[in-house]
Each structure stands twice: as C-alpha cells, then as structure tokens.
Write a protein that binds this ligand. Structure first.
Ligand SMILES: [Zn+2]
Ligand SMILES: [Zn+2]
Length: 280
C-alpha cells in the first residue's frame, strides 16, 4: 500500500476558455491539473486559465513551492501563469519545464509570449521566483517523481508526460493529433501510457467534428478510448473538451464513450473542474 497520490482538475477545456451557464458544471477554464503527494511539492500539468483557481485555494501569505510540466506553448496551456496569486508574493517558487520548439528554448519561447505589447509584464518582473527549463525527451526527476517526457503528435512540438511516484502512475496527453487511419498509435504515446493507473487524454472531437477539423492537432473521443484500451490503462479521463461542447453534450458523449466496444473493462470519466481522483 503506497502513499496517497491525488490528481485535481482546475481547468479541463481545450483551445479557449468558455464562460457561461451552458458550461457551468464541467467548467470553462483551460488546461491545468495538479498532482499532489504527501511530503512533496505539487506537480502542475499545464498553466491554463484553471491555474488561477489553484492559486486562489492557496493560503494567503504562505509561499507556494511547485513544479510545472508544460506540454507546449499554445495559449490554452500557459495563459494562467500571470494570474496565480501566490506567485505574486515574494518567497514563492515555481520551476516550469517544457520542450524546445524548432531550435528555440522553452524559456525564450515563453519570453516571446509574455512581454509588451502582448502582456504588460515579463515573467522576470513577477515577484515570485519562476525558473524555466528546456526539457529534453527522456526520463527526469521532478519533485521526487519519475517523469518521462516524450514528443506526441500535435501541431507544434508538444510533450506528453508520464509521472510515476510511490508505485502510482498517471499519463497526461492533453493534445493528440489522431493518426490518419484512426487506429495506429505513435510508439511514444504508447510508451507514456502503457499500464498507467490514470490516463488523462485529449477528447476534443466527435467523428463529425473531426471530419472537418482532421488536421487541427486533436482526436475523437473514440480514438482516446482506443489508445486507453491498447495501452491497458486503469482509468481514462476525457480531457481538453471542445469549447463548443455544453454540459449536456458532454454528458451524452461520456455515455457514448462508455458504450463503445473498445471501452469494455475500462473505467471512463469526463474531467470537470474540482474533480479529484485518488490513487492509493
Ligand atoms: Zn490545447
Ligand atoms: Zn495545442
């Protein structure tokens, strides 16, 4: 019996935030997931607008010490960074890791994104100590966890992550371009997902939507279930919901996913803000 590892979802949307009554139950913030274990700094998966709500939960006046694994620099994965309250107080620290893109380091890529006139302050001007690290594909030690980072198919250079700690494992494939045949799976994706307790996976499109957006860097829910079944995961969490999918639509898509033949024996949930999964 290992220690308790918890995963909490603060932002579950892909592409762009979507506020409003129709998305109230699942939530409209973009990608931000936090992995917590006793006696270890939390590991954040992406820094989308959900990060602000993670920050709001943190006790006022107490410094935050955390690590963040960023899949790539698309807006929906980084936009929350300047709005995380604990990072606006001196004494906090955040180590942020992500891939280089076309020869540009992760830190330089982020600097290009966060500076006037696009945003009034640079990351260096935030009071907390935020360090950026370009991660190479492979295995790393982050906050005492074994972290495997490998490139997964998307539109720009994008990592998927596998985190292993105390005999528990979670894989995070937030943005995944479905293969042309809809069946084959990139070897790196299978390496990341093989036998994990929980797989958090892109579930952006229905087949009808994918038919007209097949090169947008994402996949169908059916493909996410297929990846989970082939990789032999314990639980699949549908994630990176399309902003056009209202709560009732997501309810229906979840029922449909569970009814797929490839879902036999697989536990499937749809991520919503506030969802906490315990791995123990
Ligand atoms: Zn995305
Ligand atoms: Zn993306």
């Amino acid at each position: 019996m290992g220690v308790r590892v918890e995963i909490t979802f603060y932002g579950v949307r892909g592409s762009t935030p979507c506020a409003g009554e129709s998305t109230r139950r699942y939530g409209g913030n973009t990608a931000c997931v936090v992995v917590r274990a006793p006696d270890a700094d939390p590991i954040l998966l992406d820094l989308g607008t959900g990060l602000r709500y993670f920050g709001e939960e943190h006790p006022v006046g107490m410094p935050l010490h955390a690590h963040a694994l960023v899949t790539h620099l698309h807006w929906d994965h980084v936009q929350g960074l300047p709005f995380c309250r604990p990072l606006l107080c001196a004494g906090s620290s955040l180590s942020v890791y992500g891939p280089a893109h076309e020869g540009v380091g992760f830190d330089d890529g982020f600097d290009a994104l966060m500076r006037p006139p696009f945003f009034p302050v640079t990351r260096a001007q935030l009071p907390g100590e935020i360090s950026f690290h370009t991660l190479t594909p492979g295995v790393h030690d982050v906050a005492g966890a074994k972290v495997t980072a490998l490139e997964v198919p998307h539109t720009d250079t994008t990592f998927g992550y596998r985190i292993e700690r105390d005999g528990r494992s979670v894989a995070y494939i937030s943005d995944h371009q479905q293969s042309a045949d809809g069946r084959s799976i990139a070897p790196a994706v299978l390496d990341l997902c093989e036998g994990v307790d929980v797989l958090i996976h892109d579930a952006q499109f229905t087949p009808e939507e994918f038919a007209v957006k097949s090169n947008w860097g994402h996949c169908t829910i059916e493909y996410a279930v297929h990846v989970a079944a082939v990789a032999g995961v314990g639980r699949l969490v549908l994630f990176h919901h399309d902003p056009s999918h209202a709560d009732d639509t997501l309810d229906r898509l979840l029922v449909g996913a569970r009814a797929l033949p490839s879902a036999a024996g697989l536990e499937i949930v749809a991520a919503h803000e506030g969802l906490t999964l315990a791995l123990s």
